[in-house]
Design a protein. Structure first.
Lengths: 170, 181
């Protein structure tokens, strides 16, 4: 960060390399589309660069992730039309089985199931179980209170379980 | 559920040129910031100075300013940015303030606010080539300004990256404070 602040913009490549994978994983899971996710992660890095002077060196990663969570919310809200699902849902769900699914079918079934959650539930579930954040950290990131976040995570788990079990029975 | 979470934790594969695209965009932002700092430092140098010129010198200076503006316009590789809505008064500690909205599907975006009398046509944003980012940099004097974005001339939108502001008409708007105001 010191090198970047001193004007060496190429040093920012190290920061991109360090944080890119985590940001991309969250954005892809949240938005369900690789191209959208890449756009949002790029915006996040640009906003991070523009505001680098205001960030504490030891908190850059967390701060960047906070920008990403907000950008994902904004991006989802700005999509005026419901995007076409990346996967062929019907075929994916019909072919998926929790017990013996081929990796690709299982992946598609998960993407479909995540898509069925409300954005709030999907966000809470990913932050808790994929990013391994505490509820206090989630509260700081999202602005939602801890009891509401716990309820969202609970409902998301129940809904995902129900959706994926249906694929087995189906 | 454990298998699902395990799958979701797996890394995703980005486009091979992703890092290069990000860094190219960062370079562009850095160049813009450098230009802005140059303009600000020239303004700072001029501020508070009294320049006395003969009529011949004045016409020479005017010609030089016109040339500088023309050269500056040709350097900027975007559409010509509109003039600031209200020039800061002499002696003001002007701060260059950037307004940014991501709106890939918008045909036009303008910013309206206390600084341009909420004029819909005064301050259109410029679209960044290649992505959905609209932006403009305005010189603002110290103060607290309420503002909003207007997409396609009709849709009012607050700034998702700024605090919300009260609007007596019930429209979404945001607030920006310059100079600790």
């Amino acid at each position: 960060m010191r090198r970047v602040l001193a004007g060496d913009t190429r040093a920012y490549a190290r920061l991109v390399e360090r944080y890119r994978d985590r940001l991309a994983r969250y954005a892809v899971r949240m938005l369900g589309d690789l191209a959208d996710a890449e756009d949002v992660v790029q915006e996040t890095f640009l906003r991070g660069f523009r505001s680098l002077e205001r960030c504490r060196p030891d908190g850059f990663g967390r701060w960047l992730f906070g920008i990403l969570v907000n950008r994902c919310r904004t991006h989802a809200a700005q999509r005026s039309r419901r995007r076409e699902l990346v996967v062929n849902n019907e075929a994916a769900v019909a072919n998926a089985s929790v017990e013996r699914a081929e990796p690709q079918e299982w992946q598609q079934a998960i993407e479909w199931a995540l898509e069925q959650l409300s954005p709030d539930q999907r966000e809470a579930f990913l932050l808790k179980h994929v990013e391994d954040l505490s509820y206090d950290e989630m509260e700081q990131l999202t602005g939602a209170r801890v009891p509401a976040l716990k309820m969202r995570v609970f409902r998301a788990r129940e809904e995902l379980r129900r959706l994926l079990m249906e694929t087995v029975r189906g | 559920m454990e298998r699902l979470i395990e799958t979701l934790k797996e890394p995703v594969q980005l486009s091979p040129d992703f890092d290069a695209r990000v860094l190219a965009a960062v370079e562009r932002v850095a160049e813009d910031a450098h230009r802005t700092r140059s303009v600000t430092s020239i303004a700072g140098w001029l501020r508070g100075r009294t320049i006395r010129l003969s009529p011949l010198g004045a016409s020479g200076l005017a010609a030089a300013i016109v040339a500088a503006v023309l050269i500056g316009s040709s350097i900027v590789d975007r559409e010509a940015a509109p003039a600031p809505p209200r020039p800061a008064a002499a002696g003001d500690q002007v701060q260059m303030t950037q307004f940014v909205l991501v709106a890939p599907e918008a045909r036009s975006v303008a910013v309206v606010g206390d600084f341009n009398d909420w004029n819909l046509s005064a301050t259109p944003l410029v679209r960044e080539a290649g992505d959905g980012m609209w932006w403009i940099t305005l010189p603002l004097s110290p103060g607290r300004y309420r503002y909003a974005f207007v997409v396609d001339g009709t849709t009012w939108q607050s700034d998702p990256d700024a605090p919300a502001a009260e609007d007596e008409f019930g429209r979404p708007s945001s607030v920006v404070s310059i100079g600790g105001a």
